[in-house]
Design a protein around this ligand. Sequence first.
Ligand SMILES: NC(=O)c1ccc[n+]([C@@H]2O[C@H](COP(=O)([O-])OP(=O)(O)OC[C@H]3O[C@@H](n4cnc5c(N)ncnc54)[C@H](OP(=O)(O)O)[C@@H]3O)[C@@H](O)[C@H]2O)c1
Length: 219
Amino acid sequence: MALKVIIAITVLSLSIFVAYQLVDRFDPDTVKGKNVIITGSSTGIGEQLAYQYARLGANILITARRERQLKQVVEKCKEIGRKNGKYHFISLDMLDEGAPLKLINHAEKTLGSIDYVILNHALPYHLGEWLGSDDNFTALEKTFMANFNSYVRIASHTTRLLEESRGSLIVMSSTAGKMPMPYIAPYSASKHALQVIYLLKWVDWKRFYLLLHNSCYLS
Ligand SMILES: NC(=O)c1ccc[n+]([C@@H]2O[C@H](COP(=O)([O-])OP(=O)(O)OC[C@H]3O[C@@H](n4cnc5c(N)ncnc54)[C@H](OP(=O)(O)O)[C@@H]3O)[C@@H](O)[C@H]2O)c1
């Protein structure tokens, strides 16, 4: 009898806990008028984030390499966003060491302050076994430059601005950054490296979010 009561209380407590976690406490007004930078926003998750932020009334600066796609995303943001909102893009290649600073300088010029920085861009996978070949090393170096070095540079250049605005840094990682994945060693390694540097440097910073994949995050 006592065991049944304990089990019932445990199940009830767990159900209440899970239900509480599922309550949506997001207030859309907290985003209205905020200045948001989204990288890797010419397509995929970044593009959809741009539309979502525009819909919520944010001002946005998007970046990726393909200018034509970025222009189209900005045009759509203008259609769905606030009439007096600011919508800008800058075409940059994150393999270029100077790109992170250019991005932040452009953000200060076009948006003024910065409230959210969403680091999302990633090089397409170089699929294949690790054989220590020249191709493997080229892929490793490029992947780390785009998926890791540029993230750390952008975050470092924006820390002061985010502190001033009490803004947030959001970093797109992957489950491949939590467990090793075969045939995508450079990608998986770059995402593991992100976990370490961000957790070491910014984990005590209360407005930092590390997105593991599309639906869950650590904060
Ligand atoms: N999709 C998933 O299921 C999934 C799962 C786990 C994690 N993620 C992570 O989520 C993020 C977005 O994924 P996604 O699927 O939306 O990727 P995606 O569709 O491949 O988009 C990648 C974006 O990054 C940009 N990009 C690529 N190389 C770049 C470079 N050298 N310089 C500047 N921008 C560059 C691309 O634009 P341009 O080609 O125009 O430069 C594009 O806008 C990535 O960090 C990825 O690792 C995705």
